[in-house]
Design a protein around this ligand. Structure first.
Ligand code: FNR
Length: 388
């Protein structure tokens, strides 16, 4: 007989069979302003929607009589083992989704055997997140500051806390404008509007949890530092990144460097020439340049151009194991996921992230099995077709 899950959260999670289910449940669990900050896209949200259309347009083609009973999703990412070709993407202000925030996400990633990337705009410190994700693979995402001393301090702290990889994001030299965020007062600096206030009042549990824990701020900067304040980020970030900055990072970090936000073959080549070990094709989940290329559609050309010298990852719109399979078949070493794990976090803290990762991996296993790929290296371009 099926066990009856004990807590309301466990029952809620047990009912979620897909990331879309988690999304629907998550939407009811956080104030509207938080929901729109996480789920929304920039400007007209064209990129946000096109990202999904691209994944939905990929057909998976089984190999006749090739089914395998128990495929393995294990792979290596940057030369070290990962349980599946999935990396948790950096997300700013993760504690808005759930007060346990980055610590819960890092712990869930470690338990699932997947790398976790901490954002420069994290609301949990570099050290605390490392402790929560102990035993796992922690990566640090760098927003380069004009004052390089500040960025060097981030790298030093990440190194000291055992982070293995530095990921430089290059697509956020100015912050994309999300219209609903402005309407919600979710702007820079934040404003409390009547609408936001009403939204908060409808979620007293969420509010009480946030208020009972550390104040919300960019916790990767020292306490009291002006950099830690929401609202100064645009002007203090480096606003014209060049390949020389990648070479600088490679020199300073002395470890694997990933460049995130690449959206052309030329930039992928430039990043790898400058020393990047991997590039992430990303339009930031449709949150930065609207009408930017759809990362999935760039993938084959970029893999052809740099695939023999660097790993190529893709993100923006991955919502299922089938999407992961499609990306790998088109040449990606791994995908990054942002909102899928944040939705899990909103529904059930660390257990919710556990559930999101479990859903994606089990969908991937079923798809590989039916498709006839015994392990990740057997997933090839033969397995996909772009629907006309
Ligand atoms: C992000 N993303 C992001 N990227 C980054 O390099 N640094 C950051 O601080 C953030 N912050 C952030 C906050 C939130 C709420 C979201 C949803 C996303 C982008 C993120 O790393 C990733 O590229 C996208 O989330 C991928 O798209 P999906 O999986 O959300 O569709």
């Amino acid at each position: 007989p099926r066990e009856i899950p004990a807590s309301p959260t466990a029952r809620r999670l047990a009912r979620c069979l897909s990331i879309d289910d988690l999304e629907r449940s998550a939407r009811r669990r956080v104030p509207a302003a938080v929901w729109e900050y996480v789920a929304g896209g920039s400007e007209s949200e064209l990129s946000l929607h096109r990202n999904r259309e691209a994944f939905e347009g990929v057909e998976l083609r089984p190999t006749a009589f090739g089914q395998v009973a128990a495929p393995s999703t294990e792979t290596t990412i940057l030369g070290r083992p990962a349980a599946a070709p999935i990396v948790l993407a950096p997300t700013g202000y993760t504690r808005l989704s759930h007060h346990t925030g980055e610590a819960a996400a890092a712990a869930a990633a470690a338990a699932a055997g997947l790398p976790y990337t901490l954002s420069t705009y994290a609301t949990t410190s570099i050290g605390d997140t490392a402790r929560a994700g102990a035993g796992g693979r922690n990566w640090f995402q760098l927003y380069l500051m004009k004052d390089r001393a500040v960025s060097l301090e981030h790298l030093r702290e990440a190194r000291a806390s055992g982070y293995e990889t530095a990921m430089l994001t290059i697509d956020t030299t100015v912050t994309g404008l999300k219209r609903k965020d402005v309407a919600n007062g979710f702007a820079i600096p934040p404003r409390l509007t009547a609408r936001t206030f009403a939204g908060l009042a409808r979620h007293p549990g969420w509010l009480a949890n946030i208020l009972s824990t550390e104040p919300l701020r960019f916790a990767t900067f020292p306490e009291g530092s002006p950099y830690g304040r929401w609202g100064v980020s645009n002007t203090v970030r480096e606003q014209s990144l060049r390949p020389a900055d990648i070479a600088w990072l490679k020199e300073e970090w002395q470890g694997p460097v990933v460049v995130k936000g690449v959206l052309s073959v030329a930039d992928a080549v430039a990043a790898v020439d400058a020393g990047a070990d991997a590039v992430v094709l990303s339009n930031h989940g449709g949150r930065q340049l609207d009408r930017a290329p759809v990362p999935l559609e760039l993938l084959p050309d970029v893999v052809r151009a740099v695939g023999d010298r660097a790993e190529v990852y893709v993100d923006s719109g991955v919502r299922s194991g089938g999407d992961v399979l499609a990306a790998v078949a088109l040449g990606a070493r791994a995908v990054l996921i942002g909102r899928p794990y944040l939705y899990g976090l909103m529904v059930g803290g660390q257990r919710g992230v556990d559930a999101a990762l479990h859903i994606l991996v089990s969908e991937l296993v079923r798809a590989m099995s039916l498709l006839g790929a015994a392990d990740v290296s057997e997933i090839t371009g033969e397995h996909v077709r772009l629907r006309p």
